[in-house]
Design a protein around this ligand. Structure first.
Ligand code: GAR
Length: 220
């Protein structure tokens, strides 16, 4: 199986991108390579992280297009011209339209900072997610990596990890703990599983297949 070419789409700081870069340096993205970082904003700090790691960075800015649909079409053109196999939304704050999902069916992963189906959907992004979770009074939150479908935050779930809410948590403190303990762990893991061909989507369920174990007998 040839190595999968990964594009990471970002809008801001890019700590999840950094977790992917670090995992790649440790050899933990098996059969995959981050081939491009694409930002929706020209000044996104994530582009500096990409440059430091020697990964080509591109900007497809929301402000340069009249609608989310026009921007999505431009993104699909860019991704196909780069020969991308897997699209990773890592803190990407633009809602993509159906053209993206049709071009990359079950080949777009998103990281969301809550346990879907809680605190997700339109309006739930970044710090707002943690504000809502604290307002509601939950004792546990966490993160989810899921395939992107045409429903916002509604695609099949790949991995989830729970994180305890602590007494006196602010949205910022909860956000940081969820990033450290959940997002930066499960996003690289999900990307590596995809690149190894180990994610099988069956309706709403994603099965994680065992690694291919080619023993000597099999190879003879
Ligand atoms: C992350 O917490 C990510 O899960 C969230 O935005 C933050 C981006 O941080 N994404 C969403 O809310 C998408 N719905 P980062 O730029 O440092 O990775």
């Amino acid at each position: 199986m040839s190595a999968k070419r990964i594009a990471v789409l970002v809008s801001g700081g890019g700590t999840n991108l950094q977790a992917l870069i670090d995992a790649q340096h440790r050899g933990e993205i098996v059969n995959g390579e981050i081939a491009a970082v694409i930002a929706s904003k020209p000044g996104a700090y994530a582009l500096e992280r990409a440059a430091k790691a020697g990964i080509p960075g591109y900007v497809v800015a929301r402000k340069d297009y009249p609608s989310n649909q026009a921007m999505t079409i431009a993104l699909v053109d860019k991704l196909t011209s780069l020969g991308i196999d897997l699209v990773v939304l890592a803190g990407f704050m633009v809602i993509l339209t159906e053209e993206m999902v049709r071009s990359y069916p079950n080949a777009i992963l998103n990281v969301h900072p809550a346990l879907i189906p809680s605190f997700c959907g339109a309006g739930y992004y970044g710090l707002h997610v943690h504000e809502k979770a604290l307002e509601y009074g939950v004792k546990v939150s966490g993160a989810t990596v899921h395939f992107v479908s045409e429903e916002c935050d509604g695609g099949p779930i790949v991995l989830q990890k729970a994180v305890a809410v602590e007494e006196g948590d602010t949205p910022e403190a909860l956000q940081r703990r969820i990033m450290e303990q959940a997002e930066w762990v499960i996003l690289p893991r999900a990307v590596s599983l995809f690149c190894q061909g180990r994610l099988k989507v069956e309706g709403r369920t994603v099965r994680i297949l065992k690694p291919l174990n080619l023993s000597k007998e099999c190879l003879q």
